[in-house]
Design a protein around this ligand. Structure first.
Ligand code: SF4
Length: 191
């Protein structure tokens, strides 16, 4: 238990890099979190309500964050092609360039220089902790589509043909490039 407690204390100190007072490069911590999320989210999650759920805030606060990022030219909103009442948020080229200043780079860089096995173990350990914590609280967190219980692989006739995917929740096709993107409707396999 001592080692577990020590690990959590370290995580708490890392969290201070994510959550800070004031602004860094002109954005508050929630605005950075929103911009970072929108650059990694799939098409079902680039909406104001999914953003509010990911950031853990009200729709009103999320609207304020969206308005601020839009005013700065980092994101844009478009009507959804499938549902004209829905809005789809996208990071602009200017927003993508701005993301190189993300304050979390100081955490990303030391992790990036680990060898692949160490990076995988680190990621899987954090995921295991989150999965277990979610199960205990009966919640589910945001994660990548490829791990979701609703993802179905629709392999076509022969094994050489590239796999195609679909989502059983949204009843929609998923491109191979989308399986590594984040989704707020993600649900992991229960053990
Ligand atoms: S399969 Fe899961 S993660 Fe992927 S789009 Fe559907 S609900 Fe979201």
């Amino acid at each position: 238990m001592h080692l577990a407690r020590e690990a959590i204390e370290l995580l708490g100190q890392m969290a201070r890099i994510l959550w800070f007072e004031g602004a860094k490069h002109g954005l508050r911590d929630r605005e950075w979190m929103a911009l970072r999320f929108l650059s990694r989210a799939n098409r079902f999650s680039r909406t104001p309500s999914a953003l509010a759920s990911y950031v853990g805030t009200t729709r009103g606060t999320a609207s304020f964050v969206i308005g601020e990022l839009e005013r700065l030219g980092y994101i844009e909103r478009k009507r959804s092609a499938t549902d004209k009442r829905s809005v789809l948020l996208s990071v602009t080229q200017q927003g993508k360039k701005f993301l190189v200043r993300d304050p979390i780079s100081v955490l990303l860089e030391p992790i990036a220089i680990l060898d692949d096995d160490a990076k995988t173990r680190f990621r899987d350990t954090l995921r295991h902790v989150l999965d277990q914590a979610d199960a205990a609280e009966q919640r589910h967190h945001t994660d990548v589509c490829k791990r979701c219980i609703f993802l179905r692989e629709d392999r076509t006739t022969d094994s050489k043909t590239a796999a195609e995917f679909s989502c059983r929740l949204f009843r929609a096709p998923i491109a191979e490039a989308e399986v590594d993107l984040l989704c707020t409707s993600f649900e992991h396999h229960r053990q």
